[in-house]
Design a protein. Structure first.
Length: 343
């Protein structure tokens, strides 16, 4: 299996120019589609390349964080420029669906997906999943004289002062999933009390979900909370990085994709074709290239190194998380740290 490496994700002038040239006049039936992608640059490029290779449909995409893509789709609601939204936490798609920003489509193969991962109205399609994990730099743990965290409370230990880096929930689906996990696990007030104590140890909040694990891998921070696939990628790259999980329970992320409501008509067929393809064996294998876990039963990743058989998964409610995403971010901004401070 191919394995892509971690890269810094950015939206450059080239990508913006490409998008500008691929609006509603550029499509050719299902021959092309414009997409907003909310995963790492490696994930986005891998999926686009594999999808095009198997279907012949060209994709022009712009990569931004899931929060930035949601804001862009909202801003363009009266005149959408793209038909396809790829990647990012399902919580954000739940919010987008409630705001009328997504178009229903029942992808081929969706009946094979467990209901825990599905939207009952097919306003978004689950593409993959991953548990929330702790990523730790072993050398820095040794310097601090501490073990890898095995509890959410461990992140508030003064021993980790200025050694924790997290994604901010306003811009990152990963960050929003961490906040929602804590709220569902502890209750809102207790969770925010814990997050305030953790914040005392946070050296930096990042705009993207993959950045904290990259910083841990590079020795710029000791610990982060992230999706497991980012830890797996760090291991493949040879970073001194380990995975651990909170014993009291952890949430999980559902990576999603959707057709944007009122999208340019000449792009819709291509967008729907992507949703069909991503649930095929080829599509699921493409997702696994960067260690996302499949949502189709019977497909496994032989390259995965972390044993998740003993991980305690909580009864995580993705729909509750999506419905309350906005208010939780507002409280986080007000009581913990504002999104404008994320880097």
């Amino acid at each position: 299996m191919r394995v892509r490496t971690l890269q810094m994700a950015a939206v450059g002038a080239t990508a913006i120019a490409l998008l500008a040239g691929c609006g509603s006049d550029s499509g050719d039936g299902a021959g092309s589609v414009t997409a907003y992608c909310s995963m790492s640059e490696d994930d986005c490029q891998t999926l686009v390349d594999d999808f095009t290779a198997e279907t012949g449909i060209d994709v022009a995409y712009v990569r931004m964080s899931v929060g930035e893509n949601l804001a862009r789709i909202k801003a363009e609601a009266d005149n959408p420029q793209a038909a396809l939204w790829i990647g990012g936490s399902a919580e954000t798609y739940v919010q987008a669906a409630e705001e009328g920003l997504l178009a229903p489509y029942a992808a081929e193969g969706i009946d094979q997906v467990d209901e825990i991962y599905r939207d009952p109205d097919d306003l978004w399609t689950p593409t993959s999943t991953a548990p929330v994990a702790f990523a730790s730099n072993q050398a820095l743990l040794d310097d601090l004289g501490v073990e890898a965290p095995t509890s959410w409370e461990d992140l508030a230990d003064p021993a980790f002062a200025n050694s924790v880096v997290l994604a901010h929930p306003a811009s990152s689906g990963t960050g929003a999933a961490v906040v929602s996990t804590l709220v569902q696990l502890y209750g809102e007030d207790e969770a925010f009390d814990l997050m305030k104590r953790i914040d005392a140890n946070v050296a930096q909040y990042t705009r993207s979900g993959g950045a904290p694990t990259r910083m841990v891998g590079l020795g710029e921070a000791a610990v982060s909370a992230t999706y497991l696939m980012d830890v797996e990628l760090g291991m493949v790259e040879g970073y001194d990085i380990t995975a651990s999980f909170p014993e009291e329970g952890t949430g999980f992320g559902i990576n999603a994709a959707a057709v944007i409501a009122d999208a340019p008509e000449d792009q819709i067929e291509g967008a729907e074709a992507f949703l069909d393809w991503v649930l095929t064996e080829g599509g699921q294998e493409s997702m696994m290239t960067t260690f996302w876990q499949p949502v189709i039963p019977g497909i496994t990743n032989p390259e995965a190194e972390v044993d998740t058989s003993e991980v305690t998964l909580m009864d995580y409610d993705t729909f509750w998380a999506g419905q309350h995403r906005g208010e939780l971010i507002e409280r986080f901004d007000a009581e913990i740290r504002h999104g404008s401070e994320a880097e």
